[in-house]
Write a protein that binds this ligand. Structure first.
Ligand code: C2E
Ligand code: MG
Ligand code: MG
Ligand code: MG
Length: 272
């Protein structure tokens, strides 16, 4: 084996690479099976109106917990994107969360969509067909995409977004502030909302960080795009972001991702 005789790092390194490749292939197989058994669950994190503090929407988050323990979406979404399983996974999450959100009258539903899904020429028609089948009001659906959508073939993504927006679906630019999305792109893509990344929110405790945050929110406001702040963990952050002009707040302080039944209970208790 590579270790015998201690023949040096290069060989051990190759062994590591092989092991990682094996793990990825193994995970891919298990993910494929999980999708067949509809074993991907969806949790919902509430979004709050910054002014009144009311729940105004939920973000659907895919969760996968095989017997070996929970696997982070950062890992299984990447595997799904590389293996072509993302289209199936994405449509499953959309279907499950729309069926669930139908029970929450009026509530806005946000669903994450991978840039890879937007590159699939069937995507807009598939989403529109799902909305027709379920009778879900397209205006209640927001698709969250990251600026990765600008990477390859932004023209096709723009067309897909345009088709869906014409059908009434809304779009949010997710994780804004941690990448390089240009002002020009923000305008051409026509986003209905911007979500400020958690890394920017957590930078609030130093002067430079809070100035970057204020500038980012001003930029969105100059473009007339409403802003959601994500990853809020302290009351100080919630207050500062509300004062800076964010109209929606999301984060562990206000509500963690939870089962659909817990959202139903939350809506009942806040209506009472
Ligand atoms: P995201 O869309 O930016 O979702 C927000 C993530 O931040 C979630 O992590 C949520 O649990 C976490 N979060 C929310 N509030 C707080 C907070 O106060 N503190 C901290 N530390 N974290 C907070 P999660 O569920 O692990 O998802 C990670 C990412 O995986 C998502 O980031 C999204 O990019 C991706 N993802 C999740 N579900 C899907 C899906 O169905 N499709 C696609 N394409 N991507 C998904
Ligand atoms: Mg998101
Ligand atoms: Mg985000
Ligand atoms: Mg994220």
């Amino acid at each position: 084996t590579a270790k015998e005789g201690g023949r040096g790092r290069a060989i051990d390194f190759t062994a590591d690479l092989d092991r990682d490749r094996l793990n990825a292939a193994e995970l891919e197989n298990r993910l494929r099976q999980a999708l067949e058994k509809q074993d991907i669950h969806v949790a919902y994190q509430p979004l709050f109106d910054a002014k009144g503090g009311r729940v105004c929407g939920v973000e659907a988050l895919a969760q996968w917990s095989p017997e070996t323990g929970r696997i982070s979406p950062e890992i299984f979404i990447t595997i799904a994107e590389r293996s072509g399983l993302i289209d199936q996974l994405g449509m499953q999450v959309l279907k499950v969360s729309i069926d669930q959100a139908k029970q929450w009258s009026g509530l806005q539903l946000s669903v994450n969509v991978s840039p890879i899904q937007l590159r699939n020429p069937n995507f807009p028609a598939d989403v529109i067909a799902l909305l027709d089948q379920t009778g879900f009001d397209p205006r209640r659906l927001t698709l969250e995409i990251t600026e990765g959508v600008l990477m390859s073939n932004p023209e096709q993504a723009r067309r897909a977004i345009e088709m869906l927006r014409n059908a009434g679906v809304k779009f949010a630019l997710d994780d804004f502030g941690c990448g390089y999305a240009s002002i020009g792109a923000l305008r051409t893509f026509g986003f209905d909302r911007m979500k400020i990344d958690r890394s920017l929110v957590s930078g609030l405790n130093n002067r430079e960080g809070s100035e970057v945050l204020t500038a980012t929110i001003s930029l969105a406001r100059a473009l007339n795009i409403p802003v959601t702040a994500e990853g809020i963990e302290t009351q100080e952050q919630a207050d500062a972001l509300t004062i800076s002009g964010c109209d929606q707040l999301q984060g562990f302080l206000l509500g963690r991702p939870m089962a659909g039944s817990a959202i139903t209970a939350l809506l009942r208790s806040s209506a009472a």
